[in-house]
Design a protein around this ligand. Structure first.
Ligand SMILES: *Cc1c(COP(=O)(O)O)cnc(C)c1O
Length: 468
């Protein structure tokens, strides 16, 4: 399988070439040249597979692995009951007659990002062992991504993580989850400023090409293709578990931010998985809902981005969205560039409402948004009626799914995080404290390991240089 950029100017590359890279050299995102097809007979045959073997079947064409046995072993080591809480790895949880949750947040940090990042940690380590290289991952987090990356990379040979977080501005649980790690290759850098400053500092380090090359700096953001590919697997697993007969339609609702999770559902559909409709749910930061309702994409600036009680969906622009638009424009790189470079730079928006591609997009994806009151109401209602506690992001999904669920087609809502992570909001909605996994009972009382940094790029560079 070869990969090309959405902006069309980079040469086709192999999976191994793009694994450790972020953006393509032309500023675009990598996508496979075509999608492997799955047919009905294959789906029938896959029904009997466990998760790791299903992952092998789905991912093998994308990875183009030369050593099948090694890839199978790596996937078996990744998707274990010990790490993901059950032998099924992802579980369906019934809510009511129409809606079930697709449970993909049972990993070490209680959010769906573990599903892909746990695999990436192993793929990175293997690639570095082959090349003899090292990788210093520099990232910024306001919560979920940073901890999922740290738990995926801890103890891995050849990899160090320098994770910037806004000092004193994360929840006690999120802070403890990250700072309690004591692995020598994990560096928690608490910056005395807000999240946006952390992100600007990471960008400044990445923009210093000389420093970047000298210190083998990499990132681990949601535009990494391997993350999207790893997420395709749980849509296939969810489908196989949800339908009575292979070929039956299924709807899926995805609480969305950077468009990475729902992009994987779209890819699964393109491969031939019989998903009927995808429902995109946003919170108050409704850039994507606005697009699917009106055809106008208008990314926000940081000051327009609201801080909400579903914080992992607080985005101002959806970094993976370019891949979807490119795909729905039939792989037209020139038009993608005209939209994402020229139009966004010139006008800060683009309008596809009159384009036939937009009609096709709306056949596949419908959308809706939720807000704090709706989230609380949904968490409370699901608790009252079904005795199930759901996290605020999943609640945004359930609220939007209820508006779009059809009587004759089953609906899955992706459960993107566990309620234990957002205890305050759960308590506000239900008067209940969400239960915690046994292993995390004493999380906040563990010793914390972090270094306080001023909001200063040179201080960050000096720290990295001294520790790699
Ligand atoms: C990251 C995240 C999301 C958003 O996922 P995208 O792939 O960015 O659309 C939603 N919910 C939770 C809990 C998350 O951590």
């Amino acid at each position: 399988m070869k990969y090309t950029s959405t902006r069309g100017e980079a040469a086709a590359r192999s999976f191994d070439d793009i694994l450790l890279e972020g953006l393509a050299p032309d500023g675009g995102l990598y996508l496979p040249e075509d999608y492997p097809r799955i047919d009905r007979a294959q789906l029938e045959a896959w029904r009997g597979l466990d998760y790791a073997d299903l992952a092998f079947a789905v991912l093998r064409p994308y990875l183009g692995a030369s050593d099948d046995a090694a890839l199978r072993a790596l996937l078996r080591a990744t998707y274990t009951a010990q790490v993901f809480g059950s032998a099924e790895i992802v579980r369906l949880k019934p809510l009511d007659a129409r809606i079930r949750l697709l449970g993909v947040s049972e990993g070490p940090t209680l959010a769906f990002k573990d599903m892909a990042l746990q695999l990436l940690g192993r793929l990175f380590e293997q690639a570095l062992a082959r090349s003899g290289g090292v990788l210093n991952i520099v990232g910024a987090t306001s919560g979920d991504t940073g901890s999922a990356a740290e738990y995926a990379m801890r103890g891995r040979t050849g990899i160090r993580v320098f994770m910037l977080s806004p000092f004193g501005r994360m929840s006690a649980f999120q802070t403890a989850q990250m700072y309690s790690l004591d692995d020598p290759n994990i560096h928690n850098l608490a910056v005395q400023d807000v999240f946006d400053t952390c992100q600007d500092m990471v960008k400044a380090v990445s923009a210093d090409l000389d420093f970047k090359r000298r210190h083998a700096i990499g990132t681990i953001n949601s535009i990494n293709w391997a993350r999207v590919a790893a997420q395709v697997v749980y849509y296939v697993a969810g489908y196989l578990r949800a339908v009575e007969r292979i070929g039956d339609p299924l709807d899926v609702t995805v609480p969305s931010g950077n468009f990475g999770n729902i992009l994987a559902a779209h890819v699964a559909r393109r491969m031939g998985l019989p998903l009927r409709r995808l429902v995109l749910a946003t919170n108050e930061n409704n850039v994507l809902d606005e697009f699917f309702r009106t055809g106008v994409y208008r990314p926000r600036v940081a000051v327009e981005t609201r801080q909400t009680s579903s914080p992992s969906m607080d985005i101002s622009k959806a970094s993976n969205f370019e891949r979807y638009v490119f795909d729905m424009l039939g792989g037209d790189a020139a038009r993608t560039r005209a939209l994402f470079v020229d139009a966004l730079q010139r006008e800060g928006r683009f309008d596809l409402s009159a384009d036939p591609a937009f009609a096709r997009m709306r056949d596949e994806i419908v959308s809706g948004s939720s807000d704090h009151a709706c989230r609380l109401q949904t968490i409370g209602d699901v608790w009252q009626r079904n005795r199930v506690l759901i996290d605020p992001h999943t609640a945004d999904g359930v609220a939007v799914a209820r508006a779009h669920a059809a009587p004759d087609v089953p609906m899955l809502v992706v459960e993107t995080a566990q309620p234990a992570k957002f205890a305050e909001t759960i308590a506000e909605a239900t008067g209940q404290q969400p239960p915690r996994p046994e292993a995390m009972r004493d999380l906040e009382s563990r010793a914390q390991h972090f270094v306080v940094l001023p909001p200063d790029v040179d201080a960050l560079k000096a720290y990295i240089a001294a520790h790699c």
